[in-house]
Design a protein around this ligand. Structure first.
Ligand code: MN
Length: 417
């Protein structure tokens, strides 16, 4: 059975912000980080409401994941309702990354871009998936981690507690063992200090208080552009050596170890994945199955089935096969190219604005795109209600008039939410 043997928590305003809109909660077995956003210090209100929700304890019944998620959904409703009743707090929101230490696993509930990591045997492992514009692009291979760190939209998050009446909360349970150190942190840490340095600093310092201080100092030394919040806890086993769950190493992210109802929810979300409003055209590779675009964009390798004809004939036959393949491929590609001229779709371009594309929302295996951008609107997708994004940016093929009309209406604010 696991228990928290040591923990540390601290939030720091950083060097450039006037106020601290982060909040944290650290009362074993529950830990959390919340990073608020919204004008007129409303972010501070939102993240504090999350902390207060946790101070009331977790609801009874259900798995740890369900209990954490339920608290998160309640906080979401409370923040949303308050924002509706107070114009100066309109649109306020907060991230939440919460952890619960169970008997042999740590359960997480997560919304936004605060993160959870596990350090085991000197290896740092990211346990959460950022709900952010750049996070989605990184996962689809469209941005490198490096590019994401410098991306102008890196702070745009695609999910938060507060802005919408309902929120989908990601949950996981990770097998844990004695000696594991967990880190929850706001993006004020991860945007300033890379993972290699985080690993090094936690490893270097034997006790978590020193490690935590070092992380915050490092973020400040590198500019401290945002509020920095760090929560660290270490686990020990209090039931003897035999009961620690043998945790798989390596590729277990994200993993559900229990088969409780939340797992189904998780599966549903995974299925809905890719559509949570980001539907970016530039990242349509995962949606290739929606269209019948030809996959053969590279010259096919020659393959000769005949086992042993004389050498010369074999070469002639090979040449002939190659020629046929090239002609067929060219015909298919030409046909597809003509077809793509006639269709349009609406998506979001990499900077996060709604755009009109001509062609098919598909990218070939060698980076050959079957679409081109014809118009970029002034409407950021972040301004669309999440529920609408899904239907507006679904990459449905449209006529040119239809696509242009839709975007024009968006610009004029005529599409009802
Ligand atoms: Mn932040």
């Amino acid at each position: 059975m696991l228990r928290v043997s040591e923990h540390f928590h601290k939030t720091d305003t950083g060097r450039q912000r006037k106020s601290n809109e982060d909040n944290l909660f650290a009362r074993p077995p529950v830990f959390a980080v919340a990073d608020g956003m919204g004008g007129a210090r409303a972010g501070e209100v939102a993240s504090r409401m999350v902390r207060e929700a946790l101070e009331a304890g977790l609801p009874d019944g259900g798995s740890a994941e369900e209990r954490l998620a339920e608290r998160a959904r309640e906080a979401n409703r409370a923040i949303h309702d308050l924002a509706l009743s107070n114009p100066s707090q309109a649109g306020m929101g907060t991230t939440l990354t919460a952890a619960y230490v169970g008997e042999d696993a740590v359960s997480l509930a997560h919304v936004g871009d605060s993160r959870a990591y596990r350090l085991r045997d000197g290896q740092l492992e990211l346990l959460t998936r950022d709900h952010s514009l750049v996070g989605e692009l990184v996962r689809r291979g469209k941005l490198t981690e490096q590019e994401a760190e410098e991306h102008p939209q890196r702070s745009v998050i695609t999910r938060a507690l507060g802005p919408e009446p309902d929120v989908e909360v990601d949950t996981w349970s990770y097998p844990a063992q004695a000696g594991d150190v967990f880190l929850l942190c706001s993006d004020g840490l991860t945007s300033m200090v890379d993972e290699a340095h985080i690993t090094q600093l936690v490893r270097e310092h034997g006790d978590l208080a020193q490690a935590g201080q070092a992380l915050i100092e490092e973020a400040n030394q590198r500019g401290g552009r945002d509020n920095i919040t760090v929560v660290l806890f270490r686990l020990e086993d209090v039931s003897g050596p035999a009961t620690a769950a043998p945790a798989p190493t390596g590729e277990d992210r994200p993993t559900q170890v229990d088969l409780e109802p939340v797992t189904a929810e998780q599966a549903r979300e995974a299925a809905a994945g890719g559509q949570e409003g980001l539907a970016e055209a530039s990242t349509a590779a995962g949606q290739g199955d929606r269209t019948a675009a030809p996959r053969r964009t590279a010259p096919l390798p020659r393959r000769e089935p005949a086992p042993d004809p004389p050498r010369r004939r074999r070469r002639i036959r090979g040449l002939r096969t190659a020629l046929v393949v090239v002609v067929v491929a060219a015909t298919i590609l030409t046909g597809a190219w003509i077809a793509t001229r006639a269709v349009y779709f609406v998506g979001a371009e990499p900077e996060g604005f709604v755009a009109v594309y001509r062609g098919l929302p598909y990218e070939g295996p060698v980076g050959l795109r079957l679409y081109e951008r014809t118009y970029v609107s002034a409407v950021p997708i972040s301004e669309l209600p999440a529920a609408r994004r899904r239907t507006l940016l679904d990459h449905r093929l449209r006529s040119r008039e239809d696509a242009q009309d839709l975007v024009r209406k968006l610009e004029l604010g005529q599409v009802d939410a």
